[in-house]
Design a protein around this ligand. Structure first.
Ligand code: SF4
Length: 238
């Protein structure tokens, strides 16, 4: 089964636990306002077969250490569900840990099998209600929670992340709302706040795509600290 790949990162440290081989697939069904990878949205990318990709990855296996492995990201990897299912199954047969970084907006005939072969899920919850979610990303909160429910059923260790953008969602009440949602799912190990940054802005210019957050500023380290302290308090109160 072939995949359309945007790029690889052989020593990724920000895409799950340990040192990981990250594969970024081409294509995305959403258009999140804060996307810093608009270059993944369109085009064919590198075409590679799942067996060939596993062979390539096996060369890096000595670097994975105990916790590392492979992370599939994008774009939206679940747009290529048949490939993801086969690729993760092959990795598990080789004893390699799998992590899936997804928006959780796609559920289809491959979903259950993919989750069966997924060790770790990195899932974004971008907004706290359906209407805002639709405006912000192009899907509903409910569709993402349906995906999370499935992950929970398959007992996939899950980290939830939210990008915090000054002037949009940098509020304690917002963080608390998402925190309360995550509490309903025993598979959720961690809820993380990711600071919005402007490093992807140049990609919009290069691709001549309108940047919906042009003029917005990166989240300051101080405000991130404040929101993280609030989150810590919520966690200890539980
Ligand atoms: S799902 Fe990810 S890749 Fe797709 S638009 Fe949103 S942030 Fe960008």
């Amino acid at each position: 089964m072939n995949a359309k790949v945007h790029s690889y990162e052989s020593f990724a440290t920000l895409d799950g636990e340990g040192i990981r081989f990250a594969v970024f697939l081409k294509g995305c069904n959403l258009r999140c306002l804060c996307c810093h990878n608009p270059d993944t949205w369109n085009g064919e990318g590198i075409i590679i077969d799942s067996h060939e990709l596993v062979k390539k990855i096996e060369r890096y296996r000595p670097y994975f250490s105990e916790k590392g492995g492979v992370t599939l990201s994008g774009g939206e990897p679940l747009l290529q569900g048949a490939f993801v299912e086969e690729f993760f199954k092959l990795l598990k047969e080789k004893g390699i840990s799998t992590a899936l970084d997804t928006s959780g907006s796609i559920i289809d005939k491959h979903t259950d099998n993919i989750l069966k072969f997924t060790d770790h899920l990195l899932l974004d919850i971008k907004q706290a209600d359906n209407e805002s979610y639709m405006k912000f990303a192009g899907c509903t909160l409910d569709s993402v929670l349906d995906f999370l429910e499935k992950a929970n059923k398959h007992k996939v260790r899950t980290w939830i992340r939210t990008v915090i953008i000054p002037g949009i969602n940098d509020r304690e009440e917002f963080v608390e709302k998402i925190f309360r949602i995550t509490q309903k799912y025993p598979c959720v190990e961690k809820y993380e706040l990711l600071p919005f940054h402007t490093m992807g802005f140049s990609k919009y210019e290069k691709l001549k795509i309108d940047n919906p957050l042009k003029g917005y500023k990166a989240l300051s380290a101080e405000r991130l600290d404040e929101l993280n302290s609030y989150l810590k308090k919520l966690n200890t109160a539980e």
